[in-house]
Design a binder for this molecule. Structure first.
Ligand SMILES: [Zn+2]
Length: 380
């Protein structure tokens, strides 16, 4: 227990093996001219002019899911300034538009195609890309996001692979979208996004072996926390981080998201804990305190008393670790409906959600190049 919050730590063999990853990457390279294509630096995703707010929101969701798998120093940017609705590509940009198939570039696939991606490349290095989805042929928001995920992975250089040889990916030519309709990427797609952008060079030939990939293990390290648990009631916030081969990814989850509304005056505060992992798999823990001014819906979130323990070891009793960094991280945040995000302060990206009918709980994630952490807190 850390200050009334349950904390835990576990190592699992739940990852993708090096053999499975190599089999996928080689099959992928065979589909794209014998090289593993990628961008040399992270592109910006932009919507074409005339896109609706829903088009932008669905694309942002897909980008967020892809970013959760990419290395912290290789994140896609999302820019909501529209770009021209033409087949011409902009350097450094993946342009995304929803349009009937008849308006797509002629290079795009057959009459049953629901989405298409096209790219520009210089010796295996991608320099521009476009994505089009035919709205009339895709029903439901989850399916729209799943199709976007498949097309955005094409735009990042991934090809198609044979579903019989490699079942656990959304990159099948049939458009069988697997787990992505539950808005999660498969373990193999997550591992490939990380390996391609952290371990391989742009235009790397597809005949690589383990030496090109570097050390790769199928064992993951997890830390997790739970706040507000009452047996039989769905009121807890769970949060934590996962370490796999040097990539650390934060998570947080709870039930019943709710909107924090503006009021003429007053403020609301939440107190809880943060728990995460460094890229070397050291556990980091600290206090999490958030305050929001209800008139402006702006506020602050502070993580204090940050301490760390040895790599791959669990969190010890409070006060038994060594100080992490200078011991605290401070951010300014803005609320938009049921969610909040950072608008300034220390380096890093914060996103979080309010839960419960009176926003009794918050849960969220912090991602920096030196730390990935989840946090949960209860209203004071
Ligand atoms: Zn495809």
């Amino acid at each position: 227990m850390h200050d009334g919050v349950e904390v835990g730590h576990v190592r699992f063999r739940d990852g993708v093996s090096a053999a499975e990853l190599l089999r996928y990457l080689r099959a992928d390279a065979r589909d794209t001219g014998g090289v593993v294509e990628r961008w040399s630096s992270p592109p910006t995703v932009r919507m074409v002019a005339g896109s609706t707010a829903q088009d932008g929101a669905d694309t942002f969701q897909a980008v967020r899911l892809i970013n959760s798998a990419l290395p912290a120093n290789w994140q896609l940017h999302f820019d909501d300034t529209p770009t021209a609705r033409t087949a011409t590509l902009d350097p450094g940009v993946i342009k995304v538009g929803f349009a009937p198939r008849e308006q797509w570039p002629t290079s795009c696939g057959g009459p049953r195609t629901i989405g298409c991606a096209w790219t520009q490349r210089v010796s295996g290095r991608l320099t521009g890309a476009g994505v089009a989805v035919d709205d009339a042929r895709v029903t439901g928001e989850r399916r729209r996001i799943a199709v976007l995920l498949h097309e955005l992975l094409h735009a990042l250089g991934r090809g198609h692979v044979d579903p019989n040889a490699i079942p656990n990916t959304i990159m099948h030519p049939s458009g069988d979208l697997g787990e992505s309709e539950h808005l999660i990427l498969s373990g193999l797609d997550v591992a490939a996004l990380y390996a391609v952008h952290d371990r391989l060079q742009p235009g790397e030939s597809g005949d690589f072996d383990m030496n090109d990939l570097g050390p790769w293990s199928d064992v993951s390290t997890h830390v997790f926390g739970r706040i507000g648990y009452i047996p039989g009631r769905y009121e807890a916030v769970m949060f934590g981080a996962v370490w796999q081969n040097g990539n650390v990814r934060p998570w947080a989850l709870a039930f019943n998201p709710s909107v924090l509304s503006q009021r003429p005056s007053g403020r609301a505060s939440w107190a809880g804990r943060l728990l995460g992992l460094t890229p070397r798999a050291e556990t980091v823990a600290g206090a999490a305190d958030m305050t929001v001014q209800l008139a402006t819906l702006h506020g602050t979130i502070d993580f204090t008393g940050l301490e760390r323990w040895a790599a791959h070891a669990g969190p010890g009793t409070l006060g038994t670790g060594t100080q992490w960094g200078d011991g605290d991280l401070n951010y300014r945040i803005a609320v938009q409906g049921a969610v909040f995000h950072d608008i300034g302060g220390d380096a890093g990206k914060i996103t979080g959600i309010f839960y419960g009918s009176n926003q009794q709980r918050i849960g969220g994630t912090l991602r920096r190049t030196d730390l990935a952490a989840g946090f949960g807190a209860q209203r004071q």
